[in-house]
Design a protein around this ligand. Structure first.
Ligand code: TYM
Length: 382
């Protein structure tokens, strides 16, 4: 079997329950238990996000301390990001839709980092191509509905003056051998890859650095990004800041569900945000992994397994009416609903979501400036 490798720059091997358990152990993260869920449920007044409810966000680091802070009226902030190497697919949206829900639930500030420098260093793409994707991805992200007053986008090249200043503090505490061990960097790699992790770690304390107030940072991401923040947790206390907390998700699987993640490099594995209604439908009908039975008779008799069904899972993330999701779950599981019907329903929901995102994106074109990082805005929280 292919060896399981999960780093920010390489994901290989089967992604199933047992590999996630291995990663939890290897990375030293904790599972989100019922006690944490019920605390968050209470704070959200019963509006638990479906990604938490369905345990797609399944692991964490010191999430309890962030909840303690919130419950004791101590401020904290959120941080997440995107490496703009291409068009975004619906898998990339998971941490962002979740961050949006966290921002609304806790009413907190959020940093979004666009690591254009990372993508320049690790991909074969030219800077001007990456810049186009940076601008386009930013539009996709802000169209989700983030609060412009509390959302600060750090595009690394544009925010380099501030980021670099603090990144050198981080770099001074990370050895080359750590980067080799954690990211799989080797002697023939370019030296930019060795320095880059300090850029991604910096926003995890930037709010505290700029305001002079020590504040916790909560970072939502899929588990491939964990290596950065594992190192951050060693370094930040040495600089006088809290270890960052994290809330960590599994990957949205490839359409084919073949224990691979949805990936931009495999076009047929992904639904892209600019896919048309016809493309979405075609991809779902042709590729989407089904938890249903092989024949109509068997499906009617034994029902489907919605928990591994791509169409159901995606539908459940997008449908706001959780009562409706629960009903569909029961109907599909009991055999009342067929796999083709589930795919139709999901295709409809996904296209509706993508169409509305496209309309919002058009309107957002003039508003990007409101979201871009400005250190003076952060200092107002001093
Ligand atoms: P990137 O652009 O590879 O991915 C953006 C975010 O999406 C998550 N992700 C997925 N989530 C669910 N299903 C998938 N199939 C899937 N593929 C990717 C990633 O874990 C990530 O959270 N270096 C980063 C950008 C970054 C960042 C951050 C990410 C900068 N600072 C802080 C998270 C937190 C990157 O290239 O992400």
């Amino acid at each position: 079997m292919e060896k399981l490798t999960v780093t920010p720059w390489e994901v290989n091997g089967e992604l199933n329950d047992s590999s996630y358990s291995k990663l939890v152990e290897k990375f030293g993260v904790d599972l989100i238990n019922d006690n944490l869920i019920s605390r968050i449920n209470k704070i959200s007044k019963g509006n638990l996000h479906p990604l938490l409810k369905r345990k797609v966000f399944f692991a964490h680091r010191e999430l309890n301390l962030v909840l303690d802070d919130y419950e004791n009226n101590r401020p904290f902030y959120l941080y997440t990001g995107r490496g703009p190497s291409g068009k975004m697919h619906i898998g990339h949206l998971l941490p962002f839709t979740f961050a949006l829900w966290l921002q609304r639930t806790f009413n907190v500030n959020l940093f979004i980092q666009m690591t254009d420098d990372e993508k320049f260093l690790i991909s074969g793409k030219e800077k001007n191509e990456i810049e186009k994707f940076t601008n386009d991805n930013i539009l996709d992200i802000i169209s989700l509905g983030f609060d412009p007053k509390k959302t600060h986008i750090l595009a690394d090249y544009r925010s380099a003056k501030v980021l670099y200043y603090y990144a050198t503090d981080v770099a001074k505490h990370i050895t080359v051998s750590t980067v080799k061990a954690v990211f799989g960097v080797n002697d023939s790699d370019n030296i930019g890859k060795v320095f880059f992790p300090s850029m991604q770690i910096t926003p995890a304390f930037l709010f505290s650095a700029l305001t002079g107030k020590k504040m916790r940072c909560l970072i939502p991401y899929a588990i491939d990004q964990d290596p950065y923040f594992r190192i951050a947790r060693d370094v930040l206390p040495k600089l006088g800041y809290y270890k960052p907390s994290a809330i960590i998700s599994k990957f949205l699987p490839a359409l084919q569900g073949n224990s691979a993640k949805m990936s931009s490099s495999k076009t047929e594995s992904a639904i892209f945000l600019d896919d048309s209604k016809a493309e979405v439908k075609k991809k779902l009908m042709k590729y989407a992994f089904s938890g249903g039975k092989d024949t109509l008779e068997e499906q009617r008799k034994y029902g489907a397994n919605p928990d591994i069904d791509f169409a159901f899972l995606e539908y459940s993330f997008l449908e706001e009416d959780q009562g409706k999701v629960d009903r569909i779950y029961q109907d599909y599981k009991s055999g009342k609903m067929l796999s083709g019907e589930m795919k139709e329903l999901a295709a409809e929901k996904i296209s509706e979501f993508l169409e509305s995102l496209k309309t919002k994106k058009e309107k957002m074109k003039d508003r990007v400036g409101e979201y871009m990082f400005d250190p003076e805005k952060i200092k107002l929280y001093s």
